[in-house]
Design a protein around this ligand. Structure first.
Ligand code: IYR
Length: 230
């Protein structure tokens, strides 16, 4: 392997296949078309999913870039029905309070088109729950290791996770029961780890409906600053 020292550390040669503009256009369009098919799904079939598929999905999430490459994430993978039940009970307790008044009227009105409520049957129906924790700092041989840009890093990893779930033909919902500290207790995580996102994963129910909502068009999300000829 071709190596080179940069500031005293090994660097390895890295190359990507060069695509022609036509190939790039096709691939970027195909990837967009594929990702544009992704929808948040809250109704799951209880059918099991092969464990190795889920492990590959988590490995994909862990390829995300992170601050100083500290990889400040932990993924708890749950299929145990008893644990799922406990998580559902605890989440619904919080959500009952949230929907019962902790969320503002505007917030509840904003959620109306999505049809959500305090009930979370998907926490028991989905074959797997992935609970993503962010590590405010790491621990190596009893020593604290500093972490950087933790939320950004874990957020990017969750993006990769969601994309990987979609491309495996599975569906997910990004669930954030609030507050989420019950997850630290139930899953016995150390105090430097904070729950970040709960992602039930599985097949959609045989007949699934999703809200008829639309994505902002490019011209609403892009501000152009180029001056080269197009
Ligand atoms: N955590 C609640 C409420 C909720 C909040 C937002 I912002 C959403 O986009 C969806 C739901 C729940 O999971 O129902």
């Amino acid at each position: 392997m071709e190596k080179k020292k940069i500031s005293g550390h090994d660097h390895i040669r890295y190359e990507r296949p060069q695509l022609s503009p036509k190939e790039m256009l096709e691939k970027s369009r195909d990837f967009f078309d594929q990702m544009d098919q992704r929808r948040t799904v809250r109704e799951f079939d209880t059918r099991p999913v092969p464990l190795e598929v889920i492990e590959n999905i988590i490995k994909t999430a862990s390829t995300a870039p992170s601050g100083a490459h500290k990889q400040p994430w932990t993924f708890c993978l749950i299929s145990d029905p008893e644990m799922k039940k406990k998580i559902r009970q605890a989440a619904e307790e919080e959500e009952k309070i949230s929907y019962g008044g902790r969320m503002s009227d505007t917030w509840k009105a904003d959620l109306k088109p999505l049809g959500t409520n305090w009930e979370k049957p998907f926490l028991e129906e989905a074959p797997y729950l992935i609970v993503v924790f962010k590590q405010s700092y790491g621990m190596e041989n009893g020593e604290k290791v500093q972490h950087y840009y933790v939320s950004e890093s874990v957020g990017i990893a969750c993006g990769f996770l969601i994309a990987a779930i979609h491309q495996a033909g599975l569906v997910a919902v990004t669930h954030t029961p609030s507050p989420m500290n019950f997850l630290s207790k139930l899953l016995d995580r150390p105090s430097q780890e904070k729950p970040f996102l709960l992602v039930p994963v599985g097949y959609p129910k045989a007949e699934t409906y999703v809200p008829d909502i639309h994505r902002k068009p490019l011209e609403e999300i892009i501000i152009r600053f180029y001056d080269y000829p197009q």
